[in-house]
Design a binder for this molecule. Structure first.
Ligand code: NAD
Ligand code: UGA
Length: 474
């Protein structure tokens, strides 16, 4: 029989589009997969030896499939035009201006992609929402597609197929997902589209792991999953504050509650705060959807997860400054880790930005070391205002911030002469440094603030460090 899908195109060659399509191509040699993007540099990088993102195992997957049935291209018109299935995996950031600024999802890129699909389509297509979007986006996108396609014989079926991969483990998550979720409408053509996408995933994922739902449930399940995950972190982080104040130890508390199988032991590591491009964005997006539907109490409930996260970052800064005799003015502070989590070079919404900015605001001189993040990226992050309405102050804060930020090539050079080390990412390599040698070259008293609880605190205290661990009394 003819396979239901011969060619897939994906609009958006980012953290999701690139790895997801590479894994589909790897497992489905009978399907041609082409990833397109408006960003020429990104496409060039996907076709080179140095891929645009760092993700363990990604190089191998791309090498195995690229040129065989996996391609990266800027020829959007051709590849989207020829595809049976078009995934849309463009960015959906938080709006920075206008109605819903700071909360609502900015669907400009999504709508741009939909208009593009409509304008180049001469055959019927399945359009898959891979980006994380507000509930009911498929309805709006459906209208854009239908009304902008000049060929009346062309039919678009829209599916919601949210992505649940986490950065740093993307390939593992894609190869062996807990589940794949496909939402579609309950019409014969809608269900045929669901079956076609199911057929694609079934190349390597057992059918019992491929869940189906209606469109709105699938869209909402993605926002809900991220809200629940982030809520766990904010919950344990709130308890970490109580632990520091009471003499309890947050790791012991987390272990004790995590052994209850109803609670489970994952995602209970207290931290300096969660980061990443999605948790905050998706919760704000969820809150905005609730507000627009008149569900103020529900919006407030979820918004507290973000408030607690901001509090945790601020609390960390206050603990550092408070313990260092209430002044960090002109003191060098080494920052170990800038990425939002280990095994990625991604810094989007990393807590390190807020912590470093908080320290610099108190005139500290931060010296950053991260094994994967480039100095250009760190300087860019430190000079970009969080919201666009910060702009009037922009040039002034920009120069002052950068005067006080140094990026170091080694952890030793970051710590040399420093009064303190702050661990902000849980990179494994941080566990294995020669802290006795590092201590020798620091200004005394030398402090360590472990914002991820990854170091051996007893050993550090033996060396002579004044050691603050998160959620543990001094
Ligand atoms: P990204 O910014 O890395 O990639 C998006 C890409 O889309 C960019 O390269 C951009 O140039 C391209 N693009 C935008 N408009 C385009 C257009 N009209 N035509 C062609 N290309 C266009 O973003 P990402 O991290 O891959 O996230 C994409 C979506 O997936 C978001 O909605 C996000 O919420 C969701 N998501 C992300 C993750 C993650 O771990 N990063 C996980 C699950 C879901
Ligand atoms: C998260 C979700 O885990 C994915 O399922 C989802 O697809 C993705 O968001 C998305 O929609 O973008 P990601 O942000 O890549 O993935 O990474 P996580 O492992 O979830 O970590 C997010 C943040 O929480 C990191 O800053 C991490 O350090 C922090 N974290 C995580 C904690 O502070 N404590 C924990 O116990 C776990």
């Amino acid at each position: 029989a003819t396979p239901p899908v011969k060619k897939i195109a994906c609009i958006g060659a980012g953290y999701v589009g690139g790895p997801t399509m590479a894994v589909i191509a790897l497992n489905s040699p009978d399907i041609e997969v082409v990833v397109v993007d408006i960003n020429e540099e990104r496409i060039k990088a996907w076709n080179s030896e140095t891929l645009p993102i760092y993700e363990p195992g990604l190089d191998e997957v791309v090498k195995a499939a690229r040129g065989r049935n996996l391609f990266f291209s800027t020829d959007t018109k051709k590849h989207v035009g020829e595809a049976d299935i078009v995934f849309v995996s463009v960015n959906t950031p938080t709006k920075t201006t206008g109605i819903g600024a700071g909360k609502a999802a900015d669907l400009t890129y999504w709508e741009g992609a939909a208009r593009l699909i409509a304008s180049v389509s001469t055959s019927s297509k399945i359009v898959v929402e891979k980006s994380t979007v507000p509930v009911k986006t498929a309805e709006a996108i459906g209208k854009v597609l239908k009304r902008n396609c000049s060929d009346p014989s062309v039919n678009f079926e829209i599916l919601s197929n949210p992505e649940f991969l986490a950065e740093g483990t993307a390939i593992e998550d894609l190869q062996k997902p807990d589940r794949v979720l496909i939402g579609g409408v309950d019409t014969p053509s809608g269900q045929a589209a669901v079956a076609a996408l199911k057929w694609v995933y079934n190349h390597w994922i057992p059918v019992e792991r491929i869940l189906t739902a209606n469109l709105w449930s699938a869209e909402l399940a993605k926002l809900t999953a991220n809200a629940f995950l982030a809520q766990r972190i904010s919950s344990i982080n709130s308890i970490s504050a109580l632990c520091e104040a009471s003499g309890a130890n947050v790791q012991q508390v987390a272990h004790a509650i995590g052994t209850d199988t109803r609670i489970g032991n994952k995602f209970l590591s207290a931290s300096v705060g969660f980061g990443g491009s999605c948790f905050q964005k998706d919760i704000l997006n969820l809150c905005y959807v609730c507000e627009t539907l008149g569900l103020r109490e529900v919006a407030d409930y979820w918004h507290a997860v973000v408030t607690m996260n901001d509090y945790q970052k601020q609390r960390f800064v206050e603990r550092v400054i408070g313990s260092m005799f209430n002044t960090v003015s002109n003191k060098k502070i080494a920052i170990f880790g800038f990425a939002f989590k280990k095994d990625t070079g991604d810094t989007r919404e990393t807590p390190a930005i807020d912590v470093c900015k908080g320290l610099v605001r108190d005139n500290a001189k931060v010296a950053v070391y991260d094994p994967k993040v480039t100095s250009e990226q760190i300087f860019r992050d430190m000079s970009t205002p969080k919201f666009e309405w910060d702009r009037p102050d922009y040039s002034r804060s920009h120069t002052r911030l950068l005067d006080n930020v140094q990026v170091c090539a080694t952890p030793e050079s970051a710590a040399e002469g420093a009064h303190a080390i702050c661990v902000l990412t849980e990179w494994d390599c941080f566990k294995h440094y020669d802290y006795a040698a590092i201590y020798e070259k620091m200004t005394k008293p030398a402090f360590i603030f472990d914002g991820r609880n990854v170091l051996d605190h007893d050993k550090l205290r033996e060396i002579g460090f004044i050691t603050y661990a998160l959620g543990k009394p001094l």
